[in-house]
Write a protein that binds this ligand. Structure first.
Ligand SMILES: Nc1ncnc2c1ncn2[C@@H]1O[C@H](COP(=O)(O)OP(=O)(O)OP(=O)(O)O)[C@@H](O)[C@H]1O
Ligand SMILES: [Mg+2]
Length: 295
């Protein structure tokens, strides 16, 4: 019988392991060879380094041997047809997949050189360092102020109320929401418009001093005006944070990102500078997607 450790080792290195006839396939065994990624997956001085990442839901493999770096002060767009594994992959980056029953991640993901899957890593501070904004704005059923103050309070970032007020104001300003909410800080966050709620969620993420902000289709529930406000914000936030954004809109990827990663059926097919990916994709699968022949 194969031990899990050998399977994991094989998957991390991307090598195949044979199963003898009649032998049960080991749980988490790669179901086929991964496709080799076209383009440069590395960046100079990366903030996050992912190597040989595989994700399984039970026996089903959703991500195959993905390696990619995330740079400083860059927006990395992740695109690809529905079901190709974008959300699954982005959730690996702050161990959000830990919360999904039956989901297993192998390979290596380093944040500033530390493997975030190391037993010693506490996921609570990790999820502050690598914050996440979801598709549907999800403010807590609390006031605007409390939505932003909650994180800094549980992470002990303020010594007193004045400091907390300052953190809340700074985060709301960075999220481009302060002027719209400064007179209604104590009203429910859920009473804001959809676009304002999404900026509130971004303020909540920023308030705990993240290094990386993950966004999974952050504009898909918003109208074009609210979308454009968020896109401008993403562009500005890049000067202070690394941002990974999953989007179904190629126009959005082209507008906000510097690098683009194209996923297809769990494989990372191609990575490169956004303008190059959109004007001169090298892999036929990327070409098909970009030109609207697939997806
Ligand atoms: N919780 C889960 N349990 C089992 N399978 C899952 C789970 N979440 C996702 N999957 C499967 O993993 C694969 C990748 O799904 P994922 O949601 O990551 O794709 P996606 O690229 O984000 O798609 P979309 O663009 O539709 O959001 C799909 O086959 C999906 O059915
Ligand atoms: Mg998704």
């Amino acid at each position: 019988m194969l031990t899990l450790t050998r399977v994991e080792e094989a998957m991390t290195k991307g090598v195949g392991l044979g199963t003898s006839p009649g032998e049960e396939p080991a749980r988490g065994r790669p179901d086929r060879e991964s496709r080799e990624t076209v383009g440069t997956v590395t960046v100079e001085n990366p903030r996050m380094v992912c190597r040989g990442v595989n994700v399984f839901y039970g026996d089903k493999q959703a991500i195959r041997n993905v390696s990619i770096d995330i740079g400083r002060n860059e927006v990395l767009a992740m695109i690809g047809p529905s079901g190709c594994g974008k959300s699954t992959f982005i959730r690996c980056l702050n161990r959000m997949n830990d919360t999904i029953e039956g989901c297993r991640v192998t390979g290596e993901i380093l944040l500033d050189g530390v493997n975030i899957y190391d037993r010693k890593v506490d996921v609570v501070p990790l999820r502050a360092q690598v914050g996440m904004v979801f598709q549907k704005p999800n403010p807590f059923p609390k006031s605007v102020y409390e939505n932003v103050a909650y994180g800094p309070r549980i992470h002990g970032l303020a010594r007193n109320r004045a400091e907390l007020d300052e953190i809340v104001e700074r985060a709301l300003r960075k999220a481009g929401l302060w002027d719209e909410v400064k007179d209604r800080l104590h009203e429910p966050g859920t009473g804001l418009s959809g676009g304002q709620q999404q900026r509130l969620c971004i303020a909540r993420t920023i308030a705990v001093n993240p290094e990386i902000i993950l966004m999974d289709e952050p504009c898909s529930a918003l109208d074009p005006i609210a979308t454009s406000v968020i896109e401008d914000l993403i562009f500005e936030l890049r000067t202070q944070y690394s941002i990974c954004i999953v989007t179904h809109s190629m126009q959005q990827a082209a507008r906000v990102s510097q690098r683009t990663a194209y996923f297809h059926l769990g494989d990372l097919i191609e990575v490169g500078p956004t303008d190059r990916i959109f004007t001169n994709p090298r892999h036929p699968l990327t070409q098909d997607y970009i030109t609207g022949r697939f997806g």
